[in-house]
Design a protein around this ligand. Structure first.
Ligand code: ARG
Length: 566
C-alpha cells in the first residue's frame, strides 16, 4: 500500500486537484504528535473560496468517514490537515507485501519491452584503470542494476577508448625504449611507464610527436606491424580491466569500443554533408552550433583525422539500430558536458527525433589529498591499489571487532569494496566526492559497512530465532513508535527506487538505506526481539526479516554485497 497515493485518491473526490498533484502536496508530518502525514490546504483556498482552516476542517470529516480502515484520525490544525494512519492495518499491509513478494518487492514492470543501453566505465586502453574511471564504473553499474530491477532491459556497454593518438605515442615509445618481456611481465604498468616517458621526453625532443603521428597514420592505413602492436596493447590492458570488473561483480554485454567505428565514420561525414550541416573552417569540417550558443562541433580535423565527436555520432546511430533503445545513457565526468551537448545537438539537427532519448549523466570529481588525478604525470591512483587498501583496512577492523569470524578475507573484500562504492554513491553525483578512508570504512556513521553491519545483525537475530514463522502474526504488536518508524520506511522503498530511475541518482537509495538501518538499530536497542513472549517475538522477527531483505536488496542494487556475518 502506498499511503500518500491512497490518501490522494480520496482527496480527489473533494478537491479540484488531480491525484498526482495531491500526492506531491502530501508531506510527512513534522513530528509524530502531529500524525503521520500532513496536507497543507492553503493552495486550495482560492479555488474553493474558503479559508484553509475551514477546508481542513471539512476534509477531516470526510476523510475519517471514507476509509476508516486506512485513516484512524484526521485533524485540522492551522490550515493543515493531519492524518494518523490506522497503524495495525498499515503495518499488516506493508509487511505482508514485503514477505510475500520476497525479492520482487519494489520491482516493477514499467520497463517491459524497453531497452536502455548504458555506456559506462569505458576506460582508455593502455592506461591504468584509475580512480577517474571508478565513478563511471560504480555509478553506471548501479543504474544498470536499478533499471533492470524496474523491468527494463539494461545493457552494459563498455565503449573502450581503444583508438586514438595515444597509440601512436605508445608505439613510438615502445619502439624506442620498450621491451616485450617487460610488458609481458608487468602488463599495463609497463605500458603506463612508456606513456609517461613519452610525455616527459617529448618536452625536449620535438621529433617524438611527429613520429607518433606517423605511427597513428600507419594504424589508420592498416599497417600490419602497427595494428599488431595495437592489438597486443589492447589485450594486455583488458587483462587488468577484467580483473577489476570481476572484483566488482560487473559484466558487460558489449565491448564495442571506439575502434569498432573506424569504418563507419565516412558514412557519418557523408550524411552530414547531404543534410547540409557541414561547413569548412580553417581547413577542418565543422557543424556550426552558434545558434545554440555552443562552439562549433568538429567533425573532421584539418589532417583528415576523425574525432571523438564524430565517433560518438556514429556510435549513437549504431546503438539505435542495434537496440532500438527507449533511452540511451552515457555516464561520464562532467568535464565532458560540452562534448555531449554538441554531438547530441548534431544528432537532433540530422533530423533524428530520438535525439531526445540520448541522456548524458555527468558526475563530479573524486578528491584525494594529492589533488586532481592524472595519468600524464604518473601520479595516478590505480584502482587495484585503491581496492586493496580498502580491503586491508576493512580486515584490520574485522580482526579487532570479530577475530573469530570465519572467512575473514572474503568478508573484508566485501566490506572494503562496499565502503568504496557506498562512499561514492552517497551524494548527488555532481557533487565532488572526498575520499576519507577513516570515515568511509568505519562501521559507524553514514557508511556502507554500517549498513552491511546492520544487515548482518538482523541476520544473526534470524539465525538465532527458532520460531515457527507460519504462525499467525499479530501485527498490532508492532504499533510502538520504533517498529512503526521501520515499517514506514519499508513502505517507502518502491517509491525511492522509482525516484532513482527518474533522476539517475543512486544516492537516494544510499540515504534511504542509512535511514532504514538507523531506524532498525533504534528498534533493536529498544525492543527485545527474541523473548519468552512468543507472539511478540514472532511479530518482531517478521519485521527483522523484512528489514534484512530490504537492506540486502538495496545494497545489491548499488552493487554491494551483504555478508551474512561481519
Ligand atoms: N573513454 C572516455 C574517457 O575515458 C569515456 C567514453 C565515454 N563514452 C562515450 N560514448 N563518449 O574519457
Amino acid at each position: 500500500m502506498n499511503c500518500t497515493r491512497e490518501i490522494a485518491k480520496i482527496l480527489t473526490q473533494i478537491t479540484p486537484l488531480s491525484q498526482n498533484e495531491l500526492e506531491l502536496f502530501i508531506i510527512p508530518a513534522p513530528s509524530p504528535d502531529l500524525g503521520d502525514w500532513s496536507f497543507p490546504c492553503f493552495r486550495l483556498s482560492k479555488q474553493l473560496k474558503k479559508s484553509p482552516t475551514q477546508i481542513a476542517i471539512d476534509l477531516a470529516v470526510i476523510l475519517e468517514k471514507d476509509r476508516p480502515e486506512l485513516i484512524h484520525k484526521a485533524e485540522a490544525v492551522n490550515g493543515y490537515l493531519n492524518f494518523y494512519l490506522n497503524r495495525k492495518a498499515f503495518i499488516e499491509s506493508v509487511l505482508s507485501a514485503v514477505i510475500t513478494q520476497k525479492e520482487n518487492y519494489g520491482k516493477s514492470d514499467m520497463g517491459e519491452g524497453k531497452t536502455i543501453p548504458i555506456d559506462y566505465s569505458s576506460p582508455n586502453i593502455a592506461r591504468h584503470f584509475h580512480v577517474g574511471h571508478l565513478v563511471t564504473t560504480i555509478l553506471g553499474h548501479a543504474l544498470y542494476n536499478i533499471f533492470n530491477f524496474l523491468g527494463y532491459r539494461a545493457v552494459g556497454v563498455n565503449y573502450l577508448g581503444d583508438w586514438g593518438t595515444q597509440f601512436g605515442k605508445l608505439i613510438t615509445a615502445y619502439k624506442r625504449w620498450g621491451s616485450k618481456e617487460r610488458i609481458e611481465t608487468n602488463g599495463i604498468d609497463a605500458l603506463t611507464e612508456l606513456y609517461v616517458r613519452f610525455h616527459k621526453e617529448a618536452e625536449t625532443d620535438i621529433c617524438l610527436n611527429d613520429e607518433a603521428r606517423a605511427w597513428m597514420l600507419k594504424m589508420q592505413e592498416g599497417d600490419q606491424e602497427a595494428l599488431g602492436l595495437w592489438k597486443w596493447f589492447c589485450e594486455i590492458s583488458m587483462q587488468e580491466y577484467q580483473r577489476i570488473y570481476s572484483r566488482l561483480g560487473i559484466t558487460f554485454e558489449s565491448y564495442r569500443g571506439e575502434s569498432y567505428y573506424n569504418d563507419k565514420l565516412d558514412a557519418v561525414v557523408e550524411e552530414l554533408r547531404e543534410k547540409n550541416l557541414l561547413q569548412k573552417s580553417e581547413g577542418a569540417m565543422i557543424v556550426d552550433l552558434s545558434e545554440y550558443k555552443m562552439p562549433p562541433c568538429l567533425i573532421l580535423r584539418s589532417d583528415g583525422g576523425s574525432l571523438y565527436t564524430t565517433r560518438d555520432i556514429a556510435t549513437a546511430l549504431d546503438r539505435k539500430q542495434t537496440y532500438n533503445f527507449y533511452k540511451s545513457l552515457y555516464v561520464t565526468a562532467l568535464e565532458q558536458n560540452l562534448h555531449f551537448a554538441q554531438w547530441m545537438k548534431v544528432i537532433e539537427l540530422m533530423g533524428y527525433e530520438w535525439a531526445k532519448d540520448l541522456i548524458h549523466i555527468p558526475y563530479g570529481m573524486v578528491n584525494f589529498e594529492e589533488g586532481k588525478l592524472s595519468t600524464r604525470h604518473g601520479n595516478v591512483i590505480k584502482m587495484d591499489d585503491l581496492l586493496n587498501e580498502a580491503v586491508s583496512r576493512a580486515l584490520v577492523i574485522i580482526e579487532e571487532k570479530n577475530p573469530l569470524l570465519p572467512d575473514k578475507e572474503m568478508v573484508a573484500e566485501q566490506v572494503g569494496i562496499g565502503a568504496v562504492i557506498f562512499n561514492q554513491l552517497y551524494n548527488n553525483r555532481i557533487k565532488d566526492v572526498m575520499f576519507s578512508w577513516d570515515r568511509m570504512i568505519s562501521f559507524e556513521g553514514e557508511t556502507g559497512p554500517y549498513v552491511q553491519y546492520t544487515a548482518a545483525r538482523a541476520n544473526s537475530v534470524l539465525e538465532k530465532s527458532t520460531l515457527n514463522l507460519s504462525i499467525e502474526i499479530d501485527f498490532s504488536l508492532l504499533c510502538d513508535d520504533y517498529s512503526y518508524d521501520v515499517v514506514k520506511l519499508l513502505d517507502a522503498f518502491p517509491d525511492r527506487i522509482l525516484e532513482v530511475a527518474e533522476k539517475y541518482e543512486p544516492f537516494i537509495i544510499s540515504r534511504y538505506l542509512i535511514s532504514l538501518a538507523q531506524a532498525f538499530n533504534k528498534f533493536y536497542h529498544n525492543n527485545a526481539i527474541l523473548s519468552d513472549d512468543l507472539p511478540l517475538s514472532a511479530a518482531r522477527t517478521v519485521l527483522t526479516r523484512c528489514v534484512r531483505n530490504i537492506l540486502k536488496c538495496g545494497l545489491g542494487l548499488l552493487g554491494i554485497s551483504a555478508p551474512n556475518k561481519m
